[in-house]
Design a protein around this ligand. Structure first.
Ligand code: ZN
Length: 279
């Protein structure tokens, strides 16, 4: 399968990559991951579609300018954008949720956000502990707590609170059946320590380091067969996409998940030690 990318005239500032304007955002072919789970984001900004006959769930609206791309990707897969009932998010950064207003106006979807991120999302970016990015505010229908569930007939998504990257960062869990087997799918929130983050003496987020520690212990406790990142590169999306149809489902990758979490935790601990030395 050939990877085709199209340059879109989308210039967006990526919260996960700092404040500099990003280059035009390349598209990425929407694709099935496993069962009723699909990728509908762009090359750099992950959005996921989980379908049911009674309505769909999308994780991450992306930037407002990406919403039409996500809509087109959902339609290319044969589903209706208006059938999206719930909009969820990995975290309260602009590259994941600042398109919520456009998304909800067009679909009528309900927005559910984890405790800790709900104010930033509903205030359009105001109050973020690290960034100064603003967007159209969105009404949060439900504020989640750890292990809350989002239900559709025959579908249960579980929200795990994995804070640090943002105070309400959320890792979503889903069981999917394919070929008579059941797989644990983990949509992992970013556990990255961004370049400007202060892990100690952070007045705006005093418990940040403890939150990261808790997050890594949660991530390490999860059973994961299919690992999907808050950004496609986290789960090596391009390499896995290129292997679709050439043997076993490339997205079934429990070892890749363990290696990712271990590497991210080591990076966090190294950054924490460095900041403690500089104190
Ligand atoms: Zn982020």
């Amino acid at each position: 399968m050939v990877i085709r990318t199209f340059l879109l005239v989308i210039v967006a500032a990526a919260a996960c990559f700092g404040q500099k304007p990003a280059p035009p955002e390349p598209a990425f072919p929407p694709h099935k991951i496993i069962g009723n789970v699909y990728y509908v984001g762009t090359l750099n900004f992950a959005s996921y579609l989980i379908t049911t006959p009674q309505g769909h769930i999308v994780i991450n609206s992306g930037f407002a300018k990406l919403v039409p791309v996500i809509k087109a990707n959902i339609e290319k897969l044969g589903f209706k954008f208006k059938d999206v009932k719930f909009l969820l998010t990995s975290e309260s950064h602009a590259d994941h949720i600042s398109g919520c207003d456009d998304f909800m106006k067009e679909t009528g979807a309900f927005l559910y956000v984890m405790n800790g991120d709900e104010k930033v999302v509903s205030q359009g970016g105001e109050g973020d502990f690290a960034y100064d990015m603003m967007w159209e505010p969105c009404m949060v229908k439900r504020i989640l707590k750890d292990s809350d569930r989002v239900l559709l007939p025959n579908l249960t998504m579980t929200a795990r609170h994995t804070p640090g990257h943002t105070p309400g960062a959320t890792t979503w869990l889903l069981k999917v059946t394919e070929g008579g087997k059941t797989y644990d799918v983990v949509f992992a929130a970013s556990p990255n320590v961004n370049p400007t983050y202060r892990l100690i003496n952070n007045d705006k987020y005093p418990q940040i380091a403890d939150d990261y520690r808790r997050t890594f212990s949660v991530l390490k406790s999860l059973k994961c067969d299919v690992f999907l990142g808050a950004h496609g590169a986290d789960h090596k999306m391009q390499q896995k996409y290129a292997r679709i149809g050439k043997g076993a489902n490339p997205f079934i990758d429990p070892e890749g998940y363990k290696a990712y979490v271990a590497e991210r935790e080591a990076t966090f601990l190294a950054k924490l030690a460095e900041q403690q030395r500089q104190k």
